[in-house]
Structures are given as C-alpha cells and as structure tokens.
Ligand binder design. Structure first.
Ligand SMILES: *Cc1c(COP(=O)(O)O)cnc(C)c1O
Length: 403
C-alpha cells in the first residue's frame, strides 16, 4: 500500500481510484441553490444498457441527455425557459446567433430548393446564402421587406423558406409577419424570423405564424457583452428537423456561457424597459436636432412601421438607426471619435451604449436605399439618459466644427 493510499484508509478504494470516483455524488442535506448547476460534460453515464439505448434513440428530443455535445441540464434549463417565454414548442442552444440562422435554414432546404430572404436582412445571413448555400445548389432571391406583392411574385415551386427579420438590421423596416406567413404557408413554405431585436419578451412569433424563430442570444438574453450564443425556437412541426440538423453539424455550447444567458434572462424585463425608455428619450431629443434627417425606430409614432409595431409587438428594445443630413466623412468621424459614453464596436444588447457608422446601400440588391446622408446605428444602454444626451450634444459640436 502506498503512502497516499494509507492516508485515505477509511475507503476500500486505492488513492488513484478515489481521485477518479470521490465527490461525484455528494451527500447534501438542507436546501438547494437558487440557480441551476453549471453541468460540464462530455460523457454522460447511464445506469443500464436499457437507459443508454433509450437516451440514444431520443437524442433528437431536446429534453433527453445522451452526450455532452447535445447539452446538459444547464442547457435544458435555458431552452425550456426561452421556449416557454416565446410560446415555442422547443428551443435549442447553438454557439452563436449566426449558427442559429444557419441551422434554421439548413433544416428546411436541400439542393435544388429556393428561399426568399428580406432585403433588409442581417448582412451575415445574406453572406451565408451567397457564400455557402449557393455552392450546394440552393438559390436565394431577395424581396422588398415592405412589399407583399413583391414577395408573392418571387415564389417558385421550389421555394421552401421565407426568411424574415422585424425590424430589419440597420434600417429597421417593420415586416407584416402574419400577412407574410399566410402567403408563405399558401405556397407550402416555412417562415423563419430573426427575432433578436424584440426578444421573446416583445414579440410572440409563434402566435403570428412563424415556424422557426432565431435569436442572437449574444445580444439581450446574455445582455452583458460577455458571451456568444444562439437560440433556435421551433414549432411542434419544425422541432425534429432543426434538432437533427444541429446534431449533424456538430454544434455544442459550453455550459458556462449557457449559465451567463440564464443569468441574463432573469433581468431581461427590467433591462428592456430601461433600454426602451432611453431609446425613446434619445430619439425624441435627436428628432429636434437640425443635423438629423430621419430616425429609424418603430416605437416612434412618425415611423412608417409604427402601426404594425403597435399591432403585433409588445415593446421596443434599445437599438435604432439615425440618418444625418449630408455631411463629410470627416465630420461623421469627428462625431463618433468624440463620443465618451457610447462605445464603438459590433454587437449590441449589453448594458452599455454604442454607436457605429452603417452603410445600408452595401447590403441590398432587391431594393434601393433611399437615404442621402450618412447613417449610424445607436444602442441605448442602461445609463442615465441625460448623460447620454449630453454626450451626443458635445459630439454634434465636434461634428459642426469639422464640417
Ligand atoms: C448579431 C446578430 C446576429 C448574429 O449573432 P452572433 O451571436 O453575433 O453570431 C443575428 N441576427 C441579428 C439581427 C443580429 O443582430
């Protein structure tokens, strides 16, 4: 018996065996923690051959655990919560918002199929269609997000998917999701919606005809700019195909990131209320500025999408667009460089305010961008709105000085 084995002589196992087996089923008395445990796993152990067989057969069912790649209790806690919040049948965690876009589309198409994508779509979604799907014989056409007749005219017998996003990335067009769903379903196509902006709180996609709802959990669900995550929410009818597709692609998410998303989710409602309040305050102030030509935010009564938004959505988040009156690139640069509270960087949905320059005309092919001046995308964070306005005010002074 080695010295270390003797040191733990109250067990029949030798030390090296103890190292491998002790503490895996701790004896616990008393209560339990508020939060679900972060369960790290590759191998999942089964109690019997029968259980192993059953779990393996049910691998595409989101509530069965069979191997770490398919997630653990931690993942299931998030998936169940998000599905319930949006009224979905099931939800699936994937490593990023873009992965959620990818798996949702791939679950519905094969070579020879066709999909219709809103011209205002998040640019990397377009990138996936052009740079990936095309290579495998799936063709994409883009439709005017505001024109249902344009959509209708572009259907083919091979059209399997109508891809929507409301409001659109950068330009915030509101799409009529129930009307689009009706047209799509008449043609035997499924509707996928990128619901990142509204979150499961402000748009209940399945009650409006959507078949698959995708989220960049990276944004408001994680909510603190510290993890990448995607979620794919499915109806009863689309669940199996999405789960199977994700399994084939080999996607897996680390439980620590899932934990951050679960933690973020707990405060989604109080954060979104503030994001919305601040965005409205900034928009109202910006609308009075002579440098500003247009705002793109459906919660504003003067926004062209306001009526649709009011009919279908339960709130607005903190992301919106601004078009300035024509001014030099240097002046826009001076504006952005002088901002102190608004950070400059991609992504959004954290507690902090952000500002980036945008170029909508670079990302559309079915419609023409009608803007004349430079455009920006702002994210209203959780700061005090007065401080944010003061920051914008001093930045406008820099813009004018550089004009
Ligand atoms: C950010 C974003 C995505 C992609 O999410 P990632 O987690 O960054 O991959 C998808 N859709 C929209 C609308 C987004 O803003």
């Amino acid at each position: 018996m080695s010295k270390s084995d003797r040191a733990s002589s109250n067990s029949k196992m030798k030390f090296d065996t103890q190292l491998a087996h002790l503490g895996r089923r701790p004896t616990v008395k008393g209560g339990h923690a508020v939060n679900v445990p972060v369960v790290h796993a590759s191998t999942i152990l089964f109690d019997s051959v029968e259980q192993m067989k059953e779990a393996t057969q049910n691998r595409s069912d989101p509530n069965w655990i069979h191997y770490g790649r398919g997630g653990t209790q931690t993942h299931i806690a998030l998936q169940e919560s998000v599905a319930e919040l949006e009224g979905a049948h099931a939800a699936l965690c994937v490593p990023s918002g873009l992965a959620a876009v990818v798996v949702s589309i791939l679950s519905q198409v094969q070579a020879g199929d066709h999909l219709l994508v809103a011209d205002s779509v998040y640019a990397p979604t377009r990138g996936f269609c052009e740079g990936f799907l095309k290579k495998f014989g799936v063709e994409t056409d883009y439709y005017n997000p505001l024109d249902i007749d344009d959509l209708r005219s572009k259907f083919r017998t091979e059209t399997r998917v109508v891809y929507t996003e409301a409001p659109g990335s950068l330009t915030f067009e509101m799409q009529d999701i129930p009307a689009i769903s009706e047209v799509a379903h008449t043609h035997g196509a499924k509707v996928i919606l990128d619901n990142t902006w509204a979150t499961p709180m402000y748009f209940k996609s399945f009650a409006h005809g959507v078949d698959i709802s995708v989220h960049a959990g990276t944004k408001y669900i994680v909510g603190h700019s510290d993890a990448m995550l995607g979620l794919v929410l499915t109806s009863d009818e689309t669940t199996a195909a999405v789960q199977r597709q994700a399994d084939l692609l080999g996607y897996a998410c680390g439980p620590d990131d899932i934990y951050l998303a679960l933690r973020g989710l707990r405060t989604l409602s109080v954060r979104l209320e503030r994001h919305q309040k601040n965005a409205l305050a900034l928009c109202n102030w910006l609308s009075q500025r002579r440098e500003v030509a247009r705002l793109f935010y459906p919660a504003l009564p003067e926004d062209p999408g306001h009526e649709l938004w009011k009919r279908d959505f339960l709130g607005a988040s903190g992301l919106f667009g601004v078009e300035l009156h024509p001014v030099s690139d240097d002046a826009v640069g001076a504006f952005l460089n002088s901002l102190k509270l608004f950070g400059m960087g991609y992504s959004w949905g954290g507690y902090e305010s952000l500002a980036i320059p945008t170029k909508p005309s670079d990302y559309r092919t079915a419609t023409q961008w009608d803007g004349h001046g430079p455009t920006l995308r702002l994210h209203a964070g959780l700061e005090d709105a007065d401080d944010l306005i003061q920051d914008l005010e001093q930045a406008f002074a820099q813009l004018r000085a550089a004009s």
